[in-house]
Every structure is written in C-alpha cells, then in structure tokens.
Design a protein around this ligand. Structure first.
Ligand SMILES: Cc1cc2nc3c(=O)[nH]c(=O)nc-3n(C[C@H](O)[C@H](O)[C@H](O)COP(=O)(O)OP(=O)(O)OC[C@H]3O[C@@H](n4cnc5c(N)ncnc54)[C@H](O)[C@@H]3O)c2cc1C
Length: 388
C-alpha cells in the first residue's frame, strides 16, 4: 500500500455497473447479433429490437429520474453502447443518438414543461430522437449552417433542409440548429421540433457504405411553426449547446468504435484459435499473433480513454479534449481491427456475407461523423495548447 493518499481508478467494473454491462451484453447477443447481418443486407431499420431496448430501459439512461429516466449517465451509456455495437452498429448508433445527443441535450437545456411533455414519449420508445445540425454546406464547419428560425408572435418559424440525419425517418423528436442572427457563431440557436409539427417532412434517404440498417435522411423544414418554449437554452447559444452535446456524442461513437473493434478482434481470435498443427497445438503465424496482440492492447487503451472522458462528463467536468482523444483512438482502432480481420480471414473476410466485411464498412463511418478524424485532432491540439 502506498503512503500517498488518493487513487486514480480500480480499472475494473464492479457492482451495479458490471451487472449493467452483463445485462446490456445479454440483450445485444439475444436481440441484435442474430439479426444484424440480415438487417444490413436488407437495409432494414430494426424497429422492433429498438422498441425492445426501450422496454428494457436502455433508451432512458441519460434522462433524469423525475422525468421517468434512470439517469445512469455517460459511463453506463458507454458500457452499454460497446455491447450493442459489438453486435449491431446500426442499432447501436440509433440508441447512441437517442441517448447521447437528443435526450441528454433536452435534459440539460430544455424548459421543464417541454421535458415533461417530451420525455414520457422518449423513455418508452414511442419517440426516437434525432439531431439535426448538418446541412449541404455545413458539415465539419457547423457554423456555416443557413437553416433559419424567425420569431413571429408567440412562435418560432423554421425553414431549411437538414442533411444526413441519423434515424430521421423514424424519429418523433428533432433537435434542430438554426440561424437566428447574422453572427456566424452567436447567431445560432437550438430548438425542439416534433415530427407532427406541420411543415416537417422527410426527403431523400442516403445510400451508404455502412450502417445500412440505420436510416440517414434529409429532414425538410418548411415554414414550421413551433411554440416559443421549444427554444433550448438562450437565443444565440446554439453553437455552444451543439459542441457541448457533441462531447457526449463522441463518447457514444468512441464506444461504437470499441464495439466494432472488439467484434473484429474476436473474429481474428476465433480464426487463429482454429489454426493448429497435426498434434492439435496452436499454430497461428507469428505475424498474425503480433497483430492480435497489438489490437488487443489498443482496445484496452481506447476503452480506458473512453471511460476516463465519460467519468469526467458524469462529474460535469468539461472533457472536449478527452472525448476527442477517445473518439480519435477508438475510431482509428475500429478501422485497423476491421482491416486486419478482413486480411487475416482471407476470402472468409472479404466475402460480402461476412461479419468482417460488415465491420470494415461500418468502421469507416466512425471516422467521419460527429467530427471527422482531423477535426478531433484539432480539438485535441487546442485543448493541449490551452493547458500549457
Ligand atoms: C452515416 C452518417 C450519419 C450522420 N448523421 C448525422 C446526424 O444525425 N446529424 C447531423 O447533424 N449530421 C450527421 N452526419 C453528418 C456528419 O456529422 C458530417 O458528415 C461530418 O460532420 C463531416 O462533414 P462533411 O461530411 O461535410 O465533411 P467535410 O466537412 O467536408 O470534411 C471532409 C474532410 O475534410 C476534413 N476537414 C474539414 N474541415 C477541416 C479543417 N478545418 N481542418 C482539417 N481538416 C478538415 C475532415 O476532417 C474530413 O476528413 C452524418 C454523417 C454520416 C456519414
């Protein structure tokens, strides 16, 4: 025992968190894994499975208890998302966006009467949440958005298309970022828009490389009138809200990446375990063993980065740099592990019906959305420089 006081962590899940991980894993293995390949092949949204996830309480973990949530927080969310994404990243991103982007944002910035109205539907899965920031001319440069929100009496009137919206066609609630002023950053505000508000419609569905069972669509807003109370936070702080929420969202995508990486590593493990000599002794090539060792080490490292950032966020400590590090490391690893799985499994990895091929296609997207890889590096550099 050290004479110095204090501890950093016990590096292990215990008690209720370990039980929650086991429950998440059992759900993923029973309800997601057996169907993931077919959902991907048929680009079929797993509506029934997502509803079962809601029924088991997985869609309310960032919602406060007073609104029917379980308030389990960011670390629990990361643990659950690794399990879901190891089984089916399309279902995983649906749950991630619902919890980490829509519900957590509404919880932090919504008015009590709006929360009281929306959360009962969000926690039961009657509504899924979507996050509408991107536009045709505004991806990494989110402040370039042009969708407008204008005050008119007791209402806000929203106009403009939003692009590449995860779960958009299935969602009941949209968090929408729109321009309320000319200043690039301070002229952006955030709003709650319901699917049933007149003027909301769904445009084209994207044909994508991966996450094929997660619908990504255009959300069209044409003269959409919403009550004043649907403003989130203050007028003009939408950009701050977007970035703050993305810290949590990036933990969701880091966890998705961990799940994909773990799945790919498991495929390699199973393949190498089957390679034995004529006496039944392990006979995998040394090069493949090195790859397995490196990937397994990086998986633990990426998981610890993710859990560190989640723990900070659960304590209400700003974690932009830490969340970006987690996403950067984990999403690169997901790609590396998936590439290795395809190579090592050979034709069994390259086949269009293989799990390794699906891992590779899904992994590519983790380096694009919720801040592309180079954007994460800029966030990390900014954070490191600010602390020096
Ligand atoms: C499957 C999927 C689902 C999505 N879901 C949602 C959603 O639910 N809601 C939503 O709002 N958006 C969503 N998006 C959009 C996503 O957030 C954007 O794709 C992302 O922000 C990148 O924007 P972009 O595609 O326009 O790429 P760009 O911004 O054009 O970037 C392209 C490349 O250039 C690099 N780059 C850009 N600017 C810089 C810079 N300043 N310095 C260095 N490098 C730079 C990037 O790193 C990237 O590699 C989704 C995207 C995908 C693929």
């Amino acid at each position: 025992m050290s004479a110095l006081e204090g501890q950093i962590s016990d590096f292990e899940l215990t008690g209720a968190l370990a039980e929650f991980r086991d429950r998440s894993r059992a759900f993923a293995e029973k309800e997601l894994l057996p169907h993931a390949a077919a959902w991907d092949r048929d680009t079929e949204f797993p509506r029934e499975a997502v509803q079962k996830a809601a029924d088991q309480g997985f869609l309310k973990i960032t919602v406060p208890e007073e609104y029917g949530g379980s308030a389990l927080g960011n670390l629990a969310s990361c643990i659950m998302l690794e399990e879901f994404n190891a089984a089916c990243p399309s279902a995983g991103v649906t749950v991630s966006v619902h919890n980490s982007l829509a519900c957590s944002l509404l919880s932090k910035w919504g008015l009590p009467e709006v929360k009281a109205e929306c959360f009962p539907k969000l926690v039961t899965g009657e509504w899924l949440g979507a996050y509408c920031l991107s536009e045709a001319g505004s991806g990494s440069d989110a402040a370039a958005l042009v969708c407008t929100a204008k005050e008119d009496g007791d209402e806000w009137v929203l106009d403009g298309p939003k692009l590449w919206i995860t779960t958009g066609s299935e969602a009941g609630l949209f968090i929408v970022f729109a321009r309320t002023g000319e200043d690039r950053v301070k002229g952006i505000s955030a709003f709650v828009v319901e699917r049933d508000h007149p003027g909301v419609s769904i445009g084209k569905k994207e044909r994508k490389l991966g996450l094929k069972a997660s619908p990504t669509v255009e959300v069209l807003l044409e003269n959409v009138r919403i009550p004043k109370r649907n403003l989130l936070g203050e007028v003009g702080n939408g950009f701050t809200i977007a970035l703050d929420t993305l810290d949590g969202g990036r933990l969701g995508i880091a966890s998705q990446s961990l799940g994909i990486a773990r799945h790919a590593i498991d495929l390699i493990k199973a393949h190498l375990a089957g390679q034995v000599d004529h006496k039944g002794r392990p006979n995998a090539s040394q090069a493949h063993q090195y790859t397995l060792a490196d990937l397994s080490t990086d998986l633990d490292a990426a998981r610890f980065l993710t859990w560190r950032a989640a723990t900070l966020r659960d304590r209400d400590i700003r974690c932009s740099g830490e969340a970006a590090m987690a996403k950067l490391k984990a999403s690169r690893l997901a790609n590396e592990a998936a590439r290795a799985a395809v190579s090592i499994l050979g034709v069994d990895g390259a086949s269009g019906a293989s799990a390794a091929e699906r891992c590779l296609r899904d992994a590519r997207i983790t380096e694009i959305y919720e801040g592309a890889t180079d954007i994460q590096r800029l966030v990390i550099a900014r954070s490191v420089l600010a602390s020096s």
